[in-house]
Design a protein around this ligand. Sequence first.
Ligand code: SF4
Length: 214
Amino acid sequence: MTKKELARQSAAALEALYPDAACSLDYENEPWKLLILARLSAQCTDARVNIVAKPLFARFPTLASVAAGPLEDIEEIVKPCGLYKTKAKNIYDTAGILMRDFDGQVPRDMDNLLSLPGVGRKIANLMLGDVFGQPRIVTDTHCIRICGRLGFYPEQEKNPEKIEKILSKWVDGPVQSDFCHRIVQFGRDVCTARSPKCDECTLRGFCKHANRQD
Ligand code: SF4
């Protein structure tokens, strides 16, 4: 099977499993909120981030209010997400930069997004794909693991940038964002890190990992 065909079949099977390919972070269609929640989600579950989002946005309902601080209040609220000092500082500084240099808007291009504190390619691609509708691959841990198992690249490959390049080539542009959201859900439900449920998996027929085990 060609990589292109593998991408098509995987995307179709994932769509059948998860027709709604929504982002699991509750950002209420406000780009600045997604930027903040994505920063909080590093080494933390989306479920916990969504719990923290409620008091955070109740206390700081606008980007300007986040920029106004105080930082200590942000720290206190985001504590349950872990690494809270760094995350709070990144959020506070980012809000200040957006207010000062970007008219209070989230930038629509990779370079400016990457210039923000705590924003790497993963967050930048999430923003560009979800908010601005660009074809983007978000190489989170589920995506890296599962696409290796499926056979897009060797399973031992873990370099996010390399993987982003590979998947961008094979997964059709318009479905890239949805593909990534679905694969996160699939990684939680079926193709888990420790014990993938290959016996009940609808991708089994064309999955390299499963067919090696046979
Ligand atoms: S067959 Fe197994 S390894 Fe392959 S995608 Fe499904 S659960 Fe993952």
